[in-house]
Design a protein around this ligand. Sequence first.
Ligand SMILES: Nc1ncnc2c1ncn2[C@@H]1O[C@H](COP(=O)(O)OP(=O)(O)OP(=O)(O)O)[C@@H](O)[C@H]1O
Length: 355
Amino acid sequence: MTLLEVNDLTVNFYTEEGVVTAVDDLSYRIESGETFGVVGESGAGKSVTALSLMRLIESPGRIESGEIIFQGEDLLEMSDSEIRDVRGNKIAMIFQDAQTALNPVYSVGDQIAEAIRHHLDYGDGEARERTVQLLDRVGIPDAESRYDDYPHEFSGGMQQRAVIAMALSCDPDLLIADEPTTALDVTTEAKILDEIQDLAEEFDAAIQLITHDLGVVAKICERVMVMYAGRPVEKAGVEDLYYDPKHPYTVGLMSSIPRIGDERDRLQTIPGTMPDLVDVPPGCSFHPRCPYAEESCTRKEPPLVDPETGDPATIADERAAACLAYTGDLDGELDYEVTVEGEDLDRIEGGRDVQ
Ligand SMILES: Nc1ncnc2c1ncn2[C@@H]1O[C@H](COP(=O)(O)OP(=O)(O)OP(=O)(O)O)[C@@H](O)[C@H]1O
């Protein structure tokens, strides 16, 4: 069952340098209970997409157009009080930096209990009890006595666990995790990712996992959307994406993962950086960095299509890519080869030494 459907979402920031289109005509869907990855380099528009779902875009930003249908209702049409009810209750977010998510002047337990009282209408005793259970469930040892600790008394990994407990406290249907493990060391990262996945299953929540790391995606996601300069450039099931990537940008992102990659040197890294969004290159915004770019790529914006047929992709399509190679507009072809060593996607870990 479809839990979330984002249709043609466009978000602009009105900056002094000009109008920045951080999310540009974006559509995707998330099914109930699934883990959906959103991947791309810094500036791709991943966080702005997530904040839009929570209706937390602030000035100078504005959601310009589109629909965000969650459990059948358009979040963009809701009143402020209706959206507050959804936020933290049906949709919860785990931010990248636990320290900013936790208020330093309240004890960890009180903050979680407060969220529970607010959203679930629990009394003090019940809220405390549920908080202790949750702290215990996310792996905080001695939860009862750690309830009264302040955030600074927790290690980074423990703080992130507390943030996860807070996000889960109201039993959300969608958990948005924005780079939830970037601030952590590699061993803690692996543990926390496993736990987020287990907990989402136990709580029957879908996850929108935002990351720049395809290794993290391989570990826990089922479907993936790759974003570049505010647009989706590829959508696929995780296995298809790894074994048969269709967009040169995806291939470039993958070459940071040692076991997968192109045999040609020029794709080993993606040269250049994401464009300044005030001044996005014409045609395909990836063309200045793309080893396969031709003259047509500098003029024509590639639509998101089914790479097999070249037909415009719909939100229901599992597979889509935005490259002129699939619309018959290129003279050459994307002649990269992806070689995968090892049989098991779980073993692809973004070049990290994770056990
Ligand atoms: N408050 C803001 N004011 C102006 N522009 C903004 C603001 N927030 C975001 N943007 C613009 O939106 C673009 C996309 O930002 P976003 O944070 O969504 O990227 P991201 O893919 O999540 O990257 P990161 O991994 O660095 O968080 C930014 O490059 C910037 O141009």
